[in-house]
Write a protein that binds this ligand. Structure first.
Ligand code: ATP
Ligand code: MG
Length: 158
């Protein structure tokens, strides 16, 4: 289904903003441009839900969660960034592996299966995009993903 990405993304962010219990501030930088993406909205909601849940779950002391969208070429680049505990440098790429969790002690305390980002990667790749992370232990984590987009929704004759 074709949807305008900023609108779609914003409604997910708002759902979290209403329900979150932590003292985390949400900041967004979304372009004032209609960006049409052809996505499975249920699956993409699941992807973004997991990334935002992680940002909250692994930011126990609050801080900001930043949401950004930029365009580059025929892709949009989405970023979700937190000021949480971060991930050890040597393991940043492994967080997209099935059942991988950055360390046992923190994982036991925080629940979850370690499948969220593996599923997110499968879904983003199936949509023609890519997903990756940048992180610094003790400072925070940024998850990036890309999706092909159209500036103008394709017209249909009727
Ligand atoms: P699930 O999502 O299945 O409930 P999970 O959150 O542990 O469990 P993933 O979402 O796949 O699993 O994340 C994998 C691991 O990557 C996490 O266990 C955590 O160690 C690390 N991680 C993911 N996002 C962040 C983040 N924003 N900050 C710090 N660590 C993170
Ligand atoms: Mg998760």
């Amino acid at each position: 289904e074709w949807v305008e990405f900023n609108h779609f993304f914003n409604s997910i962010i708002e759902r979290f903003e209403f329900s979150k219990s932590q003292k985390v501030r949400f900041k967004r930088l979304l372009p004032p441009t209609d960006l049409f993406v052809e996505i499975d909205t249920d699956k993409m909601t699941q992807v973004i839900d997991n990334i935002i849940s992680n940002a909250l779950k692994y930011s126990p002391d609050g801080g900001d969660v930043r949401f950004g969208v930029t365009m580059s070429g025929t892709f949009i680049k989405v970023m979700i960034s937190d000021d949480g505990m971060g991930i050890p440098q040597s393991n940043v790429n492994r967080i997209f592996d099935r059942f991988y969790r950055a360390d046992r002690a923190r994982s036991r305390a925080m629940g979850g299966t370690g499948l969220g980002l593996a599923i997110a990667k499968e879904m983003i790749v199936a949509h023609g995009g890519d997903i990756w992370a940048e992180s610094e232990e003790g400072k925070g984590t940024t998850i990036f993903f890309t999706l092909p987009y159209e500036q103008q929704e394709d017209g249909e004759w009727d």
